[in-house]
Design a protein around this ligand. Structure first.
Ligand code: ATP
Length: 203
């Protein structure tokens, strides 16, 4: 059975931590593909200022030259908050022959029991967590295992990259470099579209 990884997130902007995570999971878990799934409205954090289409476009150019990686519009084209369970229900119905794995950073594990219908999520997909500096993946795994003993859960090691979109937004707004941390093509798009400029800011 084909196994496809889904990597949900705000991607505001997409960065090297996301790309390394997707590449390492693709390799370690022998997946057919990993699809980034940009959220329209993240249910568990503040709504991003960056329009969903721009966040999608940044991911699109980031993965364009990476075989095995892709991006899905599934959450962008659905009204309301982007609940993972709804995305998985929809994809499972449309692709009954595919086994899906939902990919998260280790920081997401502790909060996973508070997601909408977590029990159903783990019945619809495997759960793959990548390590992230500052977050204890063992603790996160224990929380999920204890509450959802039937979940197919694995941790994938990757170089621990201390980078986050919020930190990169702050750098971009301050006119500082994000070189290497954000793919070149994404940096060009940010520049061309004038993203991450504080409204009213004199430059
Ligand atoms: P923000 O700083 O705005 O909260 P973020 O950098 O965490 O953003 P998201 O788009 O929210 O980025 O993350 C999407 C997914 O990628 C989440 O599951 C998150 O845990 C994971 N992730 C983000 N950054 C890293 C990183 N440096 N290493 C491993 N996983 C990461």
């Amino acid at each position: 059975m084909k196994r496809i990884g889904l990597f949900g997130g705000t991607f505001d902007p997409v960065h090297i931590g996301h790309i390394v995570a997707a590449e390492y999971v693709l390799d370690a878990c022998g997946l057919e593909r990993v699809l980034f799934v940009p959220t329209r409205i993240p249910p568990h954090k503040e709504a991003p200022d960056t329009p969903a289409e721009d966040r999608f476009h940044m991911v699109e150019v980031a993965v364009a030259d990476r075989p095995g990686l892709g991006v899905s519009r599934v959450e962008l084209d659905r009204e309301g908050p982007s609940y993972t369970v709804d995305t998985l229900r929809y994809l499972r119905t449309r692709h009954p022959d595919v086994r899906f794995a939902w990919i998260v950073g280790a920081d997401q594990l502790l909060g996973f029991p508070m997601w909408k219908s977590p029990e159903e999520i783990v019945s619809l997909a495997d759960l793959i967590a990548v390590v992230r500096p500052g977050y204890n993946e063992h603790k996160g795994m224990d929380v999920v295992r204890k509450q959802f003993p039937r979940a197919a859960l694995e941790v994938v090691e990757m170089p621990r990259l201390e980078v986050s979109s919020s930190e990169l937004r702050a750098r971009l707004e301050a006119g500082r470099t994000v070189s290497v941390l954000v793919p070149q093509a994404v940096q060009e798009l940010i520049r061309a579209k004038g993203l991450y400029k504080r409204a009213g800011r004199v430059r």
